[in-house]
Design a protein. Sequence first.
Length: 362
Amino acid sequence: MKLKAFPSLRPACIAAAAAWGLLAMLPAQAQTTINLTAIDGYPPKSLWIKEFIDFYIPEVDKRLAKDNKFKIRWNQAWGGQIAKPNGVLEGIQKGLGDIGIVTTAIYGDKMNILAVAYATPFVTNDPALVSRTIDEMAARYPAIKKTFASYNQVYLTNSVVLDTYQVFSKPVVKDLAGMKGLKVAGAGFNLRYLAPVGAVGVSGPLTGYYNQVQTGVVDAAMLWPEAAATFKMAEVAPNMLKADIGAVNTKVLTVNADVWAKLPPEVKKILQDVAIEYRDLLAKIAAEEGVASVAAYKKAGGMVHELPKAERTKWARNLPNIAQQWAAGLDKDGAQGTEMLKYYMDAMRAAKQPIERQWDRE
């Protein structure tokens, strides 16, 4: 049997087939890789870093992958690898980190412009409301973003990672009389709450509270239940005074301004959009974990003592008007402090918060 000969392929067909074969071997389009170093001085178990790792980075990567034009190679440097908690602002400023989480609460005068929630204790325990209001203020009042620009940074969003401050102590404290003479660790601005009840504030980052209480440097620490559970505070401070001092914004996600200027517009948009979702996620978790964390604290051996309502009111009323002091200081610098205070309190009133003191109206 003879095999049937097939006609030879035409030269044009052969050339076309070769071209298609070459195209199939090439990527649809070139992909640009962007290197970003993310920093914070706190360890990965900290709520805001855990969610940055588990949510922010994967969500940014997923959105970038949709058109496959850009990819970020993340270098994650947490827990003081590049900067300690009180060095993140400077680390991003100098370009040691490209993107990072600045703990504004420990920066005193440098970040005073963002301290409105600290200046208005006993107003709200709603993390989502506080974080959303602060971002509205950052968009409305130029001085906030200008403050970050002065440190060579671009403000993306703030974060509230706590439902409300409480006092965790080694000795049993059930009322304001029990606070007298206590040395209490705190973040900075919140130390101003202590003098009217006879306590002494000791400034320092959250990572040091356990050792400070354990070694007797302080008798107590002002922090929130989730952090108390995460950092095992029940082992050294087994008494929680449930005072519900309030939710405050303590973090800001920023990007080095020089790095930001070089990023493509579509990458900037994704980093910004996901930052807002990250903000809302942290607020949601902070609210949800507050109750669960108190239970975890109790399970670890802690006891909860609720401050009587009359005592809580007394604490709030005995404070000097730190809110108007804060606003007046900003007014002197032309930063619209009085307007910002009113805007914030108006937002709290509109949301029908359990306001113990009308800080802007006295």
